[in-house]
Design a protein around this ligand. Structure first.
Ligand SMILES: NC(=O)C1=CN([C@@H]2O[C@H](COP(=O)(O)OP(=O)(O)OC[C@H]3O[C@@H](n4cnc5c(N)ncnc54)[C@H](OP(=O)(O)O)[C@@H]3O)[C@@H](O)[C@H]2O)C=CC1
Ligand SMILES: CC(=O)[C@@H](O)[C@H](O)COP(=O)(O)O
Ligand SMILES: [Mn+2]
Length: 375
């Protein structure tokens, strides 16, 4: 084991942040918290965390997270949710810190802007599928890789037709079959937007073209993802469906943290199921592939429109199927800027445009629904 690692945790009050702090508590000889930030919606918990870990730096909000990301440390864990994680991600990379990246949105919307600031190995994926792929690729060469296979739970509505999704409620959407996660990612798992984002994330992290990234529904989520090699061999990472291994690896990479998680019990009989995606009931992955293939600001538009729709769904203003419908409408209306690579301003402008256009589209959708119902 190496020296104790100094860790900055952004989004410390969330699902990822609190699990990271559990790992720090369990491994005081490996990790020391030197920075903590959160959004401010749970100040009491944040104050408790600051009192317990006594970090050098603590603060609330995006600016505090940008400052914390540049603190002297070994690793920054970005556990913020949403596009607001982009500037902290860029700040951590620019400061030369290893970035344990749970905040997939920042990579997806920043795309080349994030990648060009990262030296090889500087970003360690924490998203479970991408951690699984990174683990499966250890010791291999990129030339040996034929395909990446992301696993998907299928969410709480797996097996339903589009018509059967019409009246599902926010409470039902938040009942993820395997993971206890924040509201946005849990809703995204239900719509399959999470898997769409993860296809783009895999393309950016591992430089594999979209037509060589597959998704298979695996409801048990014991296989966290797989790599198919050119000789036909498939290497998978298997473990219980929790985030402890990906977070521990993110903070300790390339080391493993002993006993981070209990392994699968192979003495018990079990059935593991695999199904193809239903792109008719759940068109989010097809739409994400379109956004990713267009590139430039299109992934930022997909993500921003989705964030607005997720809020509208939870506020009871938009039906569940309206989320991906509106994202599709906004994406279709988006003209990516000319030029090879978007600037940070281009990305932020596309994000704002998508939020406004999504809000208008939601208003129109609500009016259409009311007209149909005759109200
Ligand atoms: N949870 C999981 O198992 C997994 C999560 N991820 C990804 O990890 C990220 C975090 O997810 P999760 O932990 O579930 O989300 P949560 O909603 O549980 O937590 C989000 C965290 O971000 C903080 N936050 C929100 N806005 C800001 C802001 N403006 N500035 C600073 N901090 C802010 C919140 O603070 P507060 O609430 O106190 O305001 C909270 O600490 C997401 O990108 C998600 O997609 C990926 C794989 C698995
Ligand atoms: C734990 C994790 O990485 C989440 O992204 C999780 O995988 C969600 O799974 P689904 O989106 O497949 O439901
Ligand atoms: Mn994931």
């Amino acid at each position: 084991m190496g020296l104790v690692r100094d860790v900055v945790i952004l989004g410390s009050t969330g699902s990822i942040g609190t699990q990271a702090l559990d790992l720090v508590r369990a491994n005081p000889d490996r990790f020391r918290v030197v920075g903590l930030t959160a959004g401010g919606s749970n100040k009491e918990l944040f104050e408790h965390q600051v009192a317990e870990f006594a970090p050098r730096y603590s603060g609330l909000g995006e600016e505090a997270s940008v400052e914390a990301a540049a603190e002297e440390c070994d690793v920054v864990l970005n556990g913020i949710t949403g596009a607001v994680g982009l500037r902290p991600t860029l700040a951590a990379l620019e400061a030369g810190r290893t970035l344990a990246l749970a905040n997939k949105e920042s990579l997806i919307i920043g795309g080349p802007l994030v990648k060009e600031r990262a030296r090889p190995g500087q970003i360690v994926p924490v998203d479970s599928e991408h951690s699984a792929i990174a683990q499966s690729l250890r010791g291999g060469s990129a030339a040996e890789v034929r395909r990446l296979v992301l696993t998907a739970s299928g969410g709480p509505f797996r097996g339903r037709t589009r018509d059967e999704l019409a009246d599902v409620t926010p409470a039902q959407a938040l009942a993820h079959p395997n993971f206890a996660m924040g509201r946005v990612i849990t809703t995204n798992s239900a719509t399959l937007v999470n898997k769409g984002l993860e296809v783009i994330e895999a393309h950016l992290l591992f430089d594999v073209p979209f037509d060589r990234i597959d998704v298979v529904v695996h409801p048990q989520q014991l296989i966290h993802s797989m790599v198919e090699f050119t000789d036909g061999a498939v290497v998978a990472q298997i473990g219980l469906p929790t985030m402890l291994v990906p977070i521990a690896l993110g903070m300790a990479w390339p080391d493993r943290v002993p006993d981070a998680e209990t392994p699968v019990d192979w003495t018990k009989a079990a059935d593991w199921r695999f199904e193809p995606l239903d792109d008719t009931a759940f068109p989010a992955v097809v739409l994400a592939r379109e956004a990713g293939t267009r590139g430039s600001t299109a992934p930022a538009v997909y993500n921003a429109a989705n964030e607005v729709c997720v809020d509208a769904f939870h506020e009871g203003r938009l039906p569940f199927t309206g989320i991906v419908d509106v994202v599709g409408t906004v994406l279709a209306a988006h003209d990516v800027p000319s030029g090879e690579q978007p600037s940070l301003d281009d990305v932020l402008a596309a994000d704002s445009w998508a939020r406004e256009t999504a809000a208008q589209t939601i208003t129109q959708t609500i009016a259409q629904i009311a007209t149909k119902r005759g109200t």
